[in-house]
Structure formats: C-alpha cells, structure tokens
Design a protein around this ligand. Structure first.
Ligand SMILES: Cc1cc2nc3c(=O)[nH]c(=O)nc-3n(C[C@H](O)[C@H](O)[C@H](O)COP(=O)(O)OP(=O)(O)OC[C@H]3O[C@@H](n4cnc5c(N)ncnc54)[C@H](O)[C@@H]3O)c2cc1C
Length: 380
C-alpha cells in the first residue's frame, strides 16, 4: 500500500503489523454497515487555526535535578510531540525527584500538561504547591495539540539519546497509559477511544523522501498496550475501493482534560498565580526552596538549553461534529473528530516537517489544502 510516512502527533495509526487479532473491543464498523457519516471537511466549518511548537530535545525530555545555591530545580521539559502521552509517567518521576530532598513546599513553573500533571502528583503527596505561569489552559501550547496517544512522536534522536533512554521512556509510557485509562468515562470524557480509519492513497504514489533527522521510534515497545488493528474487507469498508485499516485509538479531548487537571489541583488546595519570568534569576527568586521547571519550549531561553529545537505544527479546527465521531488518515492528513472540535493536521512529507521552524503564524493555505486532500477519501 502506498502511503506517506505517518509520523506526526498521532504516530499511533500504523498500518504495518496490523492484524485481525481479537481485541475485546467492537470493530470500528460492524459488517454490513452501509456507510459512515462523512465529516464536513470545508473552510465553512472552520473555527480557528492554531500553531504550536513541539519542545524538542535531541537527547529526549530533560528530567533531572540541578542545584543553584540554596535552590533545587527539578527540570521536566522537552517532550517533543509526546508531551500529552508521556505526561503522567514524567510527572511521577519529577515529583519523586522534587520530594527527594525532604522539602514540603514547591513552585511549579508552567501550566501546560506537564506542569499540571506534575503539580497534581506533588499535591497528592501532601505537599504545598503553587503553579506560576504566563499562560494557563486554554492559552498554553498544550491546548493546541492533536490529542492522541503518540508517546514516541519526535521524542529524541537515536544518535543523541543517552544509553538506557528506551527503558526509561518505556516506564514513562506505561505509567502514563494507565493514568490516561483512568480518565476514560469521566464527565467531559477527558480521554476516550475513537474508531480510526487509515485509508490508502491520496498522494501521488511516489515514496516520501526520508527524513534527514534520525528520530527515535520506540512505539513498538508498548504496542501491547493498544488495541490491534484490522484491514477492512470490501463489504465492511466505507472507503472502498481504497484499502482501509481500522482500530480503536486513544484520543485526548484536550479542553476537558486540561480543565479537569486544573480543577483537581485547585480542589486539593493548590494555588495558581499568573507570572511571566523574564530570566533565570527571576525564577530562582521565588520563595519556595524547590522549583519544578515545566516551561516547555520556554525553557530554552530561561534555562539556556541551546540544543532545544522548535518543531512547528499547525492544526485547523472545525466545529465539533457529534454525528461523525471517528478519525480519518488519508494522503498525509489526519482528521480527528474530538468533542472539542475536529482537528485537521497535515503531516508533511516526513518527520522533518516543521523542524527548526519557530514561526507560530497560521497558514490558512495549508489547512485549505489538507481539507481538499481529505475530501478525496470519500470520493468513490
Ligand atoms: C501540532 C502539535 C500536535 C501535538 N500533538 C500531540 C499529541 O497528539 N499527543 C501528544 O502526546 N503530544 C502532542 N504534541 C506535543 C505536546 O503538545 C507537547 O509535548 C506538550 O504540550 C508540552 O507541554 P508542556 O507543558 O511542556 O509545555 P507548554 O504547553 O508549552 O506549557 C509551558 C508552560 O510554561 C509557561 N512558561 C513558559 N515560559 C515561561 C516564562 N518565561 N514565564 C512564565 N511561564 C512560562 C507557559 O506559559 C505554559 O504555562 C503536539 C504538539 C504540536 C505542536
């Protein structure tokens, strides 16, 4: 099957190795179902276009202690295209590092998914925690994510990741997946499973050029966590005559997920203070003895992490379409019908797409083209 490399935020939709193994879940489309409600894929349904920078570190996320005189800083940033997916596992480890010196009062800088989950883990352990951030949900870059389980999307380069990274990553991924599962079925559906369809074609048939950067691909280590995929036969396939694979994928309804994290933190007595830190000295001037740095790409400037690279990604948001709840991948474009909007993302020819691009200005032409490609999936 000809297809572009599917490498972006999602990364979970992989045809390779899809099987007919029993999953315990209903197939995405029951045999004999004549048609799937089509998504309205046009600019008339567009709510907004957002652009975000993946906080990428070639060596992988930075999760370690650094000391500045009397102050202890615990770094938890640089999760690339995997921050939502890996959040809980990294939060567990960051909270453990922060508590290791015996302190009971903590400042967490950052209110993206990494800051919120880390602050929650700390406050659950009985600590006094204040989150300081320039932006809170829904203003953060985390709010602009695709919202799928993609734990190894642009998480590190294989030439730069330290020895033992894969094992450490696997621990984060497994702990995180278990925590995301506990969000299934809660009010607002912070996380849920959606049928996903990966449809062949939609491109010019030419193989995609290989990426110049050797991104580390680790998803196979945790393949056992996710329901297996299957190929649809003609009568089951709503996108026939194109080959289609389907499976159930974990999706994060980012708006309600972030809202729930913030609410849980506040319910446990956490404080949130809006503050922008112009430099490292300002951050170190905080009163708390331990500061947990969850500043995402903002860490590059404040903590002088010169090796950090922005990886640009754009999302077009269509109004929510509750009668068509599934995701569709076709021709290098993904549409995910989340509860908080249908997110449209073009992945580019390979994983280099957006690498080193710090520009967060929206490009409507990219979204318009992506929609045109996707509409082709429904044309018989
Ligand atoms: C297009 C796109 C799609 C993605 N899709 C997915 C996906 O489907 N699944 C997935 O797992 N991941 C995905 N990601 C990756 C994910 O979004 C990031 O890894 C994650 O959001 C990083 O979270 P964070 O909390 O570290 O950073 P952020 O969300 O950027 O939060 C940083 C926080 O620090 C604060 N801050 C920064 N600097 C300062 C300062 N100087 N003073 C005060 N406060 C400051 C900010 O205000 C903010 O509150 C995607 C990324 C992109 C770009």
């Amino acid at each position: 099957m000809q297809r572009r490399a599917f490498v972006g935020g999602s990364g979970a939709l992989l045809l390779a190795g899809c099987t007919r193994a029993a999953t315990g879940l209903s197939p995405a489309l029951a045999p004999g179902t004549p048609r799937l409600a089509p998504l309205h894929l046009d600019m008339a349904h567009l709510m907004k276009i957002t652009v975000c920078l993946r906080p990428f570190r070639p060596a992988g996320p930075r999760l370690e202690i650094e000391r500045f005189g009397e102050k202890t800083v615990v770094h938890n940033y640089g999760h690339g295209g995997s921050g939502w997916s890996l959040s809980w596992g990294c939060a567990d480890e960051a909270a453990m590092l922060a508590r290791s010196g015996g302190a009971s009062e903590f400042a967490v800088i950052g209110a993206g998914v990494i800051g919120l989950t880390t602050a929650l883990r700390l406050i659950e352990s009985g600590a006094k925690v204040t989150i300081y951030a320039q932006e809170f949900p829904p203003e953060t870059r985390s709010a602009r994510a695709t919202g799928v389980w993609s734990p190894s999307s642009r998480v590190a380069l294989s030439t730069a990741a330290p020895t033992g990274f894969a094992e450490r990553w696997e621990g984060w991924a497994r702990a995180s997946y278990a925590a995301h599962l506990r969000m299934i079925g809660l009010v607002g559906d912070p996380a849920e499973f959606l049928p996903q369809y990966e449809v062949s074609g939609g491109d010019d048939g030419a193989p995609s050029p290989p990426a110049q950067h050797d991104f580390l691909h680790l998803h196979r280590r945790v393949r056992d966590l996710t329901p297996a995929w299957e190929r649809l036969s003609g009568t089951e396939n709503p996108f026939a005559p194109r080959d289609t694979a389907t499976g159930q994928g974990m999706v994060f309804n980012v708006a309600s997920y972030a809202d729930r994290l913030a609410q849980l933190f506040m319910l446990r007595g956490g404080r949130m203070i809006r503050r922008a830190f112009p430099d490292r000295a300002a951050a170190l001037a905080l009163g708390e003895p331990v500061i947990v740095n969850c500043m995402g790409f903002g860490a590059k400037a404040i903590w002088a992490d010169a090796g950090m690279v922005p990886v640009r990604g754009q999302i077009g948001w269509l109004v929510p379409q509750h009668d068509a709840r599934y995701s569709l991948y076709y021709g290098g474009v993904n549409a995910i019908s989340r509860r908080d909007g249908v997110v449209i993302q073009y992945y580019g020819p390979n994983e280099d797409f957006g690498y080193g691009e710090p520009d967060e200005v929206a490009d409507p032409v990219e979204t318009e083209r992506a929609l045109a490609i996707l509409r082709g999936a429904y044309v018989g």
